[in-house]
Design a protein around this ligand. Structure first.
Ligand SMILES: [Zn+2]
Length: 149
């Protein structure tokens, strides 16, 4: 399937006739839309997420939708091309977290708080990320003894 122009292949999720999300991002490695049922808890969840690999950045988990569902709900998943998809919230998964891995690591610089789109690159540690600008600032500080950013 060929993608033309600036459009990107997206997943549109419609629940009971109402469009809930148009998930897509150019840098996406994978996108997933799923319905998960937990009969023992009488619960159902509709989830749309994915993994993205931004240029010069660590991979990130992208989240578009996590919605509960009920008996009788009609969930429609459609593949469409769009040049204006919904922006996902980004996070990183801490696989070392106990008792279960968490995706609660913010996808921002842990020092200055900037987002990946506002910096020229990021490095990822196990629990946090740091942008190239802060690395340069910290490197410069090593010489003059100052310890505040
Ligand atoms: Zn920074």
């Amino acid at each position: 399937m060929a993608i033309t122009g600036g459009a990107v292949l997206c997943i549109e999720v419609t629940i009971n006739g109402e469009q809930r999300v148009l998930a897509g991002v150019v840098m996406a490695e994978t996108l997933n839309a799923s319905v998960t049922v937990h009969p023992g808890f009488n619960q159902a969840w509709i989830k749309v997420d994915g993994e993205i690999a931004p240029e010069g950045q660590p991979n990130a988990d992208a989240h578009w939708l996590m919605s509960s569902a009920s008996v009788g709900d009609v969930v429609q998943i459609r593949l469409i091309e769009s040049d204006d998809p919904t922006t996902p919230s980004l996070g990183r998964t801490d696989l070392e977290a106990k008792p279960v891995p968490t995706d609660g690591i913010p996808f921002v610089c842990g020092f200055c708080g900037k987002e990946p789109k506002d910096v020229d690159g990021m490095l990822a540690g196990r629990k946090a990320m740091i942008c190239h600008g802060c690395v340069r600032t910290l490197y410069g500080m090593l010489g003059d003894g100052d310890t505040t950013v």
